[in-house]
Design a protein around this ligand. Structure first.
Ligand code: AHR
Length: 619
């Protein structure tokens, strides 16, 4: 075979085609990319975040050498009202030391021999001003790896800082704080960062994970979600509010604790300033996703005449990124340490919203943004991919209002990707472009990665219609899994890229500028009967109780023909889901002539949508 490449006949520009998507699920931020080593540093964990959380989650009382103390958490006069809680050690018997210890994430706090760690804490005490407070990094047997001593001689909050150097490498340490004397020692915002963060930034990012991302050379980064953006209440002051970016900037003591909708606490230590800074550091364009005033999971919506502050959030984040220091939000950015604008080309309103309330609200955002910033590329949302209905509604809205891009999401079987290689072939260049803001085939095998690579060649091929694409989810802590597959996996001291990561990296490292016309000669005949391979396993995941499965259909991978098996199945709990799985398994196994089909389900809980797939086939 011969391939002719015509360098004079150029086609569509590839623009910013391949980038990354960061969402704080799977502990991607706290216990992940955000380098803080102390878990629950300001004693704000709460059962609202996760049913078994409490203000002392990850903390333990320490009593040594006959010491006795009460460890509690109080509120009312903390360092900052946004983080109202602080720890109190009531010293009953000093012994050889009483205090508390923090367990970090995964197996503990990881340290490397010879490396420096930046410790900081706010403390005050009721007396015994001459009694030192010791801060120790200890191994699991109590052997001291690094230590420092402070004199706390004030009944008012003071910040104490020190650099600790680890003597030995150990991934399972504890941070221990001990004192003696009498009365109360109070602590707030206890923090330990490796000195070595990505590019050495303070309040920075874990170097190894950030490097893996930087090495991809993504053209853009979409953040901060995902469902995390729109799943929440309408009141920005609520712990479980939708993601409101203004709460995430400024000193970390002023950033309120947040219930992450993936079922844990989010400190917001990694906030909008850090996101923009990271984008700049790795040469990626920032794509912030803002809530559109509608929570599709709970059916909450901002009344149309109260949308003002939500639209203002969108306008202000643009000014935060683009404005010079003479503008209100440019001045805020400048005061945080970045006098020069970050720049911003794209903004997304909404993530995967399904339903009319979103499309009623979107035009207000779109109009206000375009009036003030006509060159801003505004991204509309089309919901999770499912042929027909709601998905088409997103495209109709985009066409009607002139959105620059439409965000599409799909998680599908490799067979689906193979069967849909031509998905964008008929999309037109003069329509809004596709932002494939989330996609992955179900798995981290070489086969999955290869299929995704094949699909990415078709995204390139259709660059006239596809503007941006990013794999999802990106990061996963192995001990806190909300969703899989993921592109990069890590624990508290190691990180590795999956085959899918290396495919993404390959494409990003070699992003072209323009399509060239190519013709192939003497291609070998495709062998008769060649079909996409079909997996032999069945996976039905019912993560939550009381799910409703809708549209249980079989799709022929080769022809696209769909057969509806059941339209709606209500299930009360995981057990019912397991029995449904069994029923479907038997049904499929008894229908071997259906071996080239993919079974697709859409599960709906509280108005939200989760896509699940069953792959079935005879090998
Ligand atoms: O990527 C995981 C989740 O999948 C995202 O939060 C959401 O947008 C989609 O449902």
């Amino acid at each position: 075979p011969k391939l002719n490449v015509y360098t004079q006949q150029t086609g569509a520009e590839l623009g910013d085609l391949f980038g990354i998507f960061f969402e704080d699920l799977n502990h991607a931020a706290d216990g992940g990319l955000y380098a803080e080593l102390v878990q629950n540093r300001s004693f704000e964990f709460d059962p609202v975040d996760r049913h078994d959380y409490h203000p002392l989650t990850a903390w333990e009382k320490v009593e040594r050498g006959g010491g006795r103390a009460c460890l509690s958490v109080e509120s009312g006069s903390s360092v900052h009202p946004e983080n109202p809680h602080y720890a109190v050690i009531e010293i009953l018997e000093p012994g050889t030391g009483v205090g508390l210890s923090n367990a970090g994430f995964n197996t503990g706090i990881p340290v490397k021999a010879g490396e420096k760690y930046l410790f900081s804490v706010y403390m005050r005490r009721s007396g015994s001003f001459g009694t030192p407070v010791q801060v120790l990094i200890e191994d699991s047997s109590g052997a001291v790896n690094a230590s420092v001593e402070f004199t706390v001689d004030s009944a008012e909050w003071q910040k104490y800082e020190a650099v600790l150097t680890a003597e030995v490498t150990d991934n399972s340490c504890r941070l221990v704080i001990l004192t003696g004397g009498a009365g109360r020692l109070e602590l707030d915002m206890v923090s330990l960062f490796p000195e070595k963060t990505y590019l050495g930034r303070r309040n920075g990012l874990r170097e190894d994970i950030a490097l893996l991302l930087a090495e991809m050379k993504p053209r853009f980064m979409r953040f901060p979600g995902g469902c995390l953006v729109h799943d929440g209440s309408l009141n920005p002051d609520d712990r479980n509010s939708m993601y409101r970016w203004k709460k995430t900037i400024g000193g970390v003591t002023s950033r309120p604790p947040r219930r992450n909708n993936w079922g844990y606490n989010q400190t917001l230590g990694l906030g909008y300033y850090e996101y923009f800074q990271f984008c700049e550091d790795i040469g990626a364009k920032a794509i912030p996703v803002l809530p559109g005033g509608y929570d599709p999971h709970h059916g909450r919506m901002v009344p149309l005449d109260e949308l003002g502050p939500w639209i203002q959030d969108a306008l202000d984040v643009i000014e935060f990124a683009r404005g010079d220091a003479s503008t209100e939000w440019g001045a805020v950015r400048s005061s945080l340490g970045h006098p020069e604008p970050f720049g911003l080309d794209y903004i997304a309103i909404g993530n995967e919203e399904v339903g009319e309330p979103f499309f009623e609200r979107y035009p207000y955002f779109h109009k206000a943004i375009k009036e003030r910033y006509p060159d801003m590329q505004v991204i509309n949302s089309s919901g999770p991919f499912a042929a027909g209905g709601e998905y088409e509604r997103g495209w109709a809205s985009a066409r009607e209002h002139g959105s620059d891009l439409v965000d599409e999401h799909y998680y599908q079987s490799p067979e689906w990707f193979l069967a849909n290689m031509d998905r964008y072939d008929h999309f037109k260049a003069d329509e809004p472009k596709v932002f494939l803001g989330e996609y992955a085939s179900w798995g981290n095998t070489y086969y999955n990665a290869l299929v995704e690579a094949a699909y990415m060649t078709r995204l390139e091929h259709n660059a006239h219609a596809v503007g941006l694409a990013c794999y999802a989810p990106m990061l996963c802590n192995v001990d806190y899994v909300n969703w899989k597959p993921d592109m990069i996996w890590f624990d508290n001291h190691q990180v590795f890229g999956t085959p899918n990561y290396y495919v993404q990296k390959l494409f990003m490292n070699h992003q072209g500028d323009r399509l060239l016309h190519i013709e192939a000669e003497n291609l070998p005949e495709q062998p008769e009967g060649l079909q996409p391979p079909v997996k032999g396993s069945i996976v039905l995941v019912a993560e939550k109780s009381a799910v409703t499965y809708r549209d249980i259909t079989l799709t022929n991978n080769l022809t696209g023909e769909r057969r509806v098996i059941e339209e709606t199945v209500e299930l009360d709990d995981a057990e019912a889901a397991a029995s449904k799985e069994e029923e479907l398994r038997s049904f499929l196994l008894g229908n071997t002539d259906w071996s080239d089909y993919t079974l697709q389900l859409t599960a709906r809980k509280n108005g939200g949508v989760r896509g699940f797939l069953i792959y079935f086939g005879m090998q």
